[in-house]
Ligand binder design. Structure first.
Ligand SMILES: [Zn+2]
Length: 56
């Protein structure tokens, strides 16, 4: 993985833990990519895909 992308994902995870809304993520945890690169994908249902499991 691109180191810059990996760092950005980690940063988004930390920001989200700190209270940032998931929609403000620049990266997609689900697809491990830039959110703008995967927003058209079928399983990209939650731009705010959290890095921890959600209750069903
Ligand atoms: Zn995605």
């Amino acid at each position: 993985m691109d180191k810059k992308l990996a760092a950005a994902i980690q940063r988004d995870n930390d920001l989200e833990d700190a209270g940032m809304h998931g929609d403000d993520r620049k990266t997609c945890w689900t697809h491990q990519s830039w959110s703008e690169d995967c927003q058209e994908q079928p399983f990209h249902t939650q731009p705010s895909a959290s890095h921890y499991p959600r209750p069903a």
